[in-house]
Design a protein around this ligand. Sequence first.
Ligand code: UDP
Ligand code: MG
Length: 313
Amino acid sequence: MLSIVVPCFNEEESLPYFVKEVEDVGKSISHSIEYIFVNDGSKDDTLKSLRELHKKMPDRVRYISFSRNFGKESALYAGLQAARGDLITLMDADLQDPPELLPQMIERIETSDIDCVGTRRQDRKGEPAIRSFFARLFYKLVNKFGDTEMIDGARDFRLMTRPMVDSILSMTEYNRFSKGIFSWVGFNTEYISYENRERVAGDSSWSFWSLFKYSIDGIVNFSDAPLTLAALIGSISCIAAVIALIFIVFRALLFGDPTSGWPSLASIVLFVGGLQLLFLGIIGKYIGKIFLETKKRPIYIVKETEKDLEKER
Ligand code: UDP
Ligand code: MG
């Protein structure tokens, strides 16, 4: 069986197109298909559409509805937990992940030793230039300094075998960054490229600011390189300070002590103060993560599933 996990946040308009297109593709797949929709606290009528879908295809459509918006990462986790298939795929509801790739992905995974077929965008067409620039910068930075490789342009759209999904589920951390998790668990992954697509309806829920925060999470969750960097720069400025001190003491002894040079002093004080605040901020970021992690809060809270609907009837 193939499980299709679909996180949905305000996707009422996209859902009918999504199901129709996947059903069309499904005809050319020999596996039976189960849908697991995760309603991530949508403000529109997504939940209502999901109930309808379940009534239409009761054995094949399941859904989990959260008590509020927990974010896509939580939705993916909940969906993977609920999936029962031997093959599991993650797909966005907005059809930016082309379902017609599925047969090809299934064929690849079944005829070879691969545990996961991922997809990546060939280009970033239709995206603001500034966003592409920062996205590229992000991937350069994480791959240079982080220990976990992240592929530029890789989507969350991927087909995975049961063992890989089980290993992802065994990572129960609260601060989830899927792109890192997929790569951290290992297994053989192969990527298929495809051309970027616009979403079929609705709006992307990502603002520039939310992407920025997401990329900081990506770095902080999978690498302690910023801490190493802070320590390194701290040591360098310490050494520089000692050298400068020796220089100043000897100059004062040899040439007397004219009281000048306060502008340079002021700028040094400002610079060092700024560095200290920056590094405190970086350390604070990690402590914040530890704080959230030690609370051991659930990754999501379910308000309703298709089982509740069945009980009512
Ligand atoms: N999504 C979600 N929770 C959120 C934000 C998004 O479940 O808080 C879902 C959304 O419904 C969609 C997928 O994640 O199926 C990708 O979101 P979107 O299309 O907004 O992101 P983009 O494709 O622009 O990266
Ligand atoms: Mg999208």
